[in-house]
Design a protein around this ligand. Structure first.
Ligand code: ZN
Length: 169
C-alpha cells in the first residue's frame, strides 16, 4: 500500500541544509515531508561546496499553467521539429500536479548558481551537452547523492538538467 503524503509549505530561504528558492511566480515550495527528508540526506552526502536548491515540488494544476504549457509545447515543436518525441516529457506535469514527491532541484557550486538551461526548456541539446560536460564532476556527484537517497533522475536531457527527480518510496 502506498504511504499517504504529508505536504509542507516552505518559503524562500534555508530549511535545514537545503536552500528553498520557489520558481517563477510561486512564493513557496510545497513538498512531501518524506521526500524533503531524503533530499536533506542527499545534501549531507555532498561536499560543502555543493548546495542543493529546491525550486519546485507539488504544484496545483491551473488553467494558466495548462495554457502556458500547451503554448510552449507548440512552440517547441516548431523550433525543434526533430524533438517532438520529447514534448510529453518536457511539457507534461511530470507528477508535480499529483503530489509533492516530484522535485526540481538546482545546484550552487562554490557560491555560484550552475545554469544548466540558459534558454529554459528551449535550450538546444548541443548546448545542454556542453554545459553537462563542463559541470560533469559536480553533476555526477549530485546525481549519485540523489540516487543513493531514493530519488530517480528523469531520463530526458532537458528534465535531467533541471534535475527533475522522483522520490521512489
Ligand atoms: Zn519537474
Amino acid at each position: 500500500m502506498r504511504n499517504s503524503t504529508n505536504n509542507i509549505t516552505l518559503p524562500s530561504g534555508m530549511f535545514k541544509n537545503i536552500l528553498i528558492k520557489p520558481r517563477g511566480m510561486a512564493s513557496a515550495v510545497i513538498v512531501d515531508e518524506r521526500a524533503l527528508n531524503h533530499l536533506i540526506q542527499a545534501q549531507a552526502l555532498l561536499p560543502s561546496n555543493i548546495q542543493l536548491v529546491l525550486t519546485r515540488a507539488f504544484q496545483r494544476e491551473s488553467f494558466f499553467l495548462k495554457v502556458a504549457r500547451g503554448g510552449g509545447a507548440v512552440l517547441f515543436g516548431i523550433i525543434f521539429p526533430n524533438r517532438k518525441g520529447e514534448i510529453l516529457d518536457i511539457f507534461g506535469h511530470n507528477g508535480h500536479a499529483t503530489d509533492g514527491r516530484h522535485l526540481d532541484v538546482g545546484v550552487i557550486n562554490c557560491n555560484s548558481d550552475i545554469k544548466l538551461l540558459p534558454f529554459g526548456v528551449f535550450t538546444p541539446l548541443k548546448k545542454i551537452k556542453e554545459l553537462f560536460e563542463s559541470n560533469k564532476f559536480v553533476l555526477n556527484n549530485v546525481f549519485d547523492a540523489l540516487e543513493k537517497s531514493k530519488f530517480s533522475i528523469h531520463k530526458n536531457y532537458t528534465e535531467c538538467m533541471q534535475i527533475h527527480c522522483d522520490f521512489i518510496d
